[in-house]
Design a binder for this molecule. Structure first.
Ligand SMILES: NC(=O)c1ccc[n+]([C@@H]2O[C@H](COP(=O)([O-])OP(=O)(O)OC[C@H]3O[C@@H](n4cnc5c(N)ncnc54)[C@H](O)[C@@H]3O)[C@@H](O)[C@H]2O)c1
Length: 326
């Protein structure tokens, strides 16, 4: 079980993930063609990690397949294909912006789990769109109400996932902060846009910075219910999130992409180590890290005593035991 949040420096990402104890656990991946990972099926955990997965969610699913996965995604055709291909997975059609659909996703995951428990939830569903907030309407046009679907999927959808994850973790584990609680975790998906300046995309950037905000809040309280929360922020990875032309442009200016496998290895590193709480990891690709991902140590201010002092006052004024838990 985790202790309350304390800063202990960056996570060593050169260590191999220890995953054997994940055997038999159930996980949910949204937007992976959402995946519930179910019991161990006598498969080598990494044997299903393949190059060229259809999206990062699918890569997470393949990495987790040996422990049983539920996939939540609106793309039924692809989801069913994965379910049929990979033993131990179940596809559930789910639009993360619809509360009832996410409620059902979690219920189905519980039913699918041999233990009736969910151990890990990866809130991966996310979209990128041309940004109405940025785009100029024209000299002779009145500004129209902007399309905020990026906010709906990336923030609202993730908050629903976070709420349901906490609900199930508390129901399974209680909220007493006791040593015998099972390890559970929530993984949020950021982006380079969660910490870099990304012009022309205020909604997407805002939605990805929000993942770090949600993590900062939850990392202080998750230990009450034996849980932890972390962020994976991928650099450019060739998926369907941008058009081929967009990716061609990125490539043409010399940017080196990360691979889906870098992201799935990062996920296994987080899930496999109960001590990892409150960190965000950059899936950098091999250009910046031998394993394809690293902890940029962005989430604390070890060299800024003023911010640390202000944070202490913040904790005094917003205690973690808010009486929220029964
Ligand atoms: N690929 C990249 O370069 C990159 C970089 C940084 C962050 N990310 C993040 O990684 C995550 C996965 O993106 P990807 O690159 O695999 O993109 P992708 O477009 O290939 O996959 C996104 C998945 O989310 C699903 N999805 C979309 N709307 C949904 C909804 N309302 N409910 C449920 N599922 C929904 C899609 O069906 C798809 O399966 C996203 O959160 C994205 O912001 C991607």
């Amino acid at each position: 079980m985790m202790q309350g949040y304390t800063y202990e420096g960056a996570v060593d990402c050169t260590q191999l993930a220890k995953v054997e104890h994940l055997k038999g656990k159930t996980a949910i991946v949204t937007g992976g063609k959402i995946l519930i990972l179910q019991p161990w099926k006598e498969l080598a955990l990494r044997s299903h990690i393949q190059k060229g997965c259809n999206g990062l969610g699918e890569a997470y699913v393949r990495a987790l397949v040996a422990i049983g996965v539920c996939i939540g995604d609106p793309d039924k055709e692809r989801g069913i294909k994965i379910e049929q291909e990979l033993n131990g997975t179940k596809f559930i059609r789910c639009d993360v912006t619809k509360w009832e659909e996410q409620v059902r996703l979690f219920e189905e995951a519980v039913a699918f789990s041999e233990t009736g428990k969910i151990s890990h939830v990866i809130a991966n569903a996310g979209i990128h769109r041309p940004d109405d907030i940025f785009l100029y309407s024209g000299n002779h046009e009145e500004p129209k109400e902007p399309d905020l679907s990026v906010i709906d999927v990336n923030i609202k959808g993730t908050l629903y996932t976070a709420k349901l994850a906490a609900h199930h973790f508390i129901r399974q584990n209680g909220a007493g902060g006791l040593p015998e609680q099972d390890d559970t975790s929530l993984v949020l998906i950021g982006s380079g846009a969660a910490f870099l300046d990304c012009p022309r995309a205020p909604q997407y950037s805002g939605s990805k910075w929000a993942m770090r905000g949600i993590m900062h809040s939850l990392r202080r309280t998750a230990f009450y219910y034996g849980s932890r929360v972390n962020v994976i922020s991928p650099w450019y990875v060739k998926t369907n999130i941008l058009s081929d032309n967009d990716f061609k442009h990125v490539s043409s200016v010399g940017v080196k992409f990360a691979e889906t496998e870098d992201a799935s290895q990062c996920l296994l590193r987080i899930l496999g180590d109960e001590r990892v709480n409150g960190h965000s990891f950059f899936v950098s690709g091999k250009k910046w890290a031998s394993n394809g991902y690293l902890d940029l140590d962005l989430e604390d201010y070890p060299n800024n005593p003023l911010i640390r002092e202000i944070q202490e006052d913040q904790m005094k004024s917003a205690p973690v035991d808010l009486g929220l838990f029964v």
